[in-house]
Design a protein around this ligand. Structure first.
Ligand code: NDP
Length: 347
């Protein structure tokens, strides 16, 4: 790919996508992003100092039919790469189909349909931001002997994933990813693009712009924030699973654009397993201002907890394909928490 290439990023205002937009601009790409409103789009353009290589389009709701048609009608002949990151990631609903599953699936279907209609000869690569949630059901996550790889699939059905919001979110990532692979299979002769997916575990790491933290927080960063605001002697839910730093997630999207070996691959992003006990240990050890004020749990028991309570991930194939070192948990959490503390002190 030459760097005068134009890349479209859906959901550009999101936690992960802002890092991607920044990395793309730094690498010299021209970027067209989508956000849900003029206000959000103007805010994003301002954050990037109205960089002339960045423009924004409104896609108000990816669940709507033909949501991406206008964008591709207008820009289809310029866009060579599509990064589809937009998807609802929250657990604040009881209407799982309407708020999680349908937007995830329809959004994926409609962006691919729009490419087929208006950019079949121009778009060369599509990279869908999927998740490790597409690889394993939440109920299997605690099976200590289960090993998840790039070939694994979440076993929930459309109905069974609607047991609760977490399962429904995981289902939404599975069905959205399946939609993309199936679309390509069925439309191979009428589109030019290849497909790769990026399947990150829990994503932590600093926000691209610290002041985003003043306007709410994305779901995965909320886990760290809750631990920073925990009470001494208090309890916390020991979430566990694979983790990855947001800066590595962004970098992986760029490598997937640039390395031909990533074509057709599911790239599973995990530096290793984490649990909240390990995050609490890091916060207590590395931040003197938090020590004695936040929960401690049972220090140093993280690794044994994970051994018994989490399935394992083997993403050696992805690590080899990407060929770069991921941030470790300590550096990732220290950078995340330092930014959160700084913003809090400014308030
Ligand atoms: P964010 O919530 O920060 O970003 C999601 C983006 O999608 C936002 O721009 C959001 O817009 C947009 N979006 C959501 N629903 C709609 C909709 N119905 N119509 C239009 N736009 C919509 O989350 P992340 O950055 O964390 O997630 C980005 C992607 O990465 C998602 O696909 C997520 O599933 C995936 N992922 C995230 C992980 C994590 O731990 N963070 C782990 C694995 C995968 P707005 O904010 O305006 O609503």
């Amino acid at each position: 790919m030459t760097t005068d290439t134009t890349v479209f990023v859906s959901g550009a205002t999101g936690f992960i996508a802002l890092h991607i937009v920044n990395d793309l601009l730094k690498a010299g790409y021209t970027v067209i992003g989508s956000g849900r409103s003029q206000e959000k789009n103007d805010g994003l353009l301002k954050k990037f100092n109205n960089n002339p290589k960045l423009s924004m389009e409104i896609v108000e709701d990816i669940a709507a039919p033909n949501a991406f048609d206008e964008v591709f009608k207008k820009h289809g002949k310029e866009i060579k790469i599509v990064l589809h990151t937009a998807s609802p990631f929250h657990f604040e609903t009881t209407n799982f189909e309407k708020d999680l599953l349908t937007p995830a699936v329809n959004g994926t279907q409609s962006i691919l349909e729009a490419i087929k209609k208006y950019a079949a000869d121009t778009v060369e690569k599509v990279i869908v931001t999927s998740s490790t949630a597409a690889l394993v059901t939440p109920t299997d996550m605690n099976k200590e002997d289960l090993v998840i790889t790039e070939e694994s699939w979440n076993k929930d059905t459309w109905d069974s994933c609607q047991a609760n919001a977490v399962a429904a979110y995981c289902g939404s990532k599975k069905f959205a990813e399946k939609t993309a692979w199936e679309f390509l299979k069925e439309n191979k002769s009428s589109v030019k693009f290849t497909l790769s997916t990026i399947n990150p575990g829990f994503v932590f790491g600093p926000q691209m712009f610290a002041d985003s933290l003043k306007h709410g927080i994305n779901t995965s960063s909320g886990i760290v924030s809750e631990l920073i605001h925990s009470k001494v002697g208090g309890e916390f839910y020991n979430y566990c699973g694979p983790f990855i730093d947001v800066r590595d997630v962004s970098k992986a999207h760029l490598v997937a654009i640039e390395k031909p070996e990533c074509t057709g691959q599911r790239l599973v992003l995990s530096e290793g397993l984490f649990c909240c006990q390990e995050i609490v240990d890091i916060l207590n050890e590395e931040f003197p201002q938090l020590k004695g004020k936040i929960a401690t749990g049972e220090p140093a028991t993280g690794p044994s907890f994970l051994e018994k309570n989490s399935c394992k991930f083997d993403n050696s194939k992805t690590k080899k394909l990407l060929g770069f070192q991921f941030y470790n948990l300590k550096d990732c959490i220290v950078d995340t928490a330092a930014q959160m503390s700084e913003v809090q002190n400014e308030a």
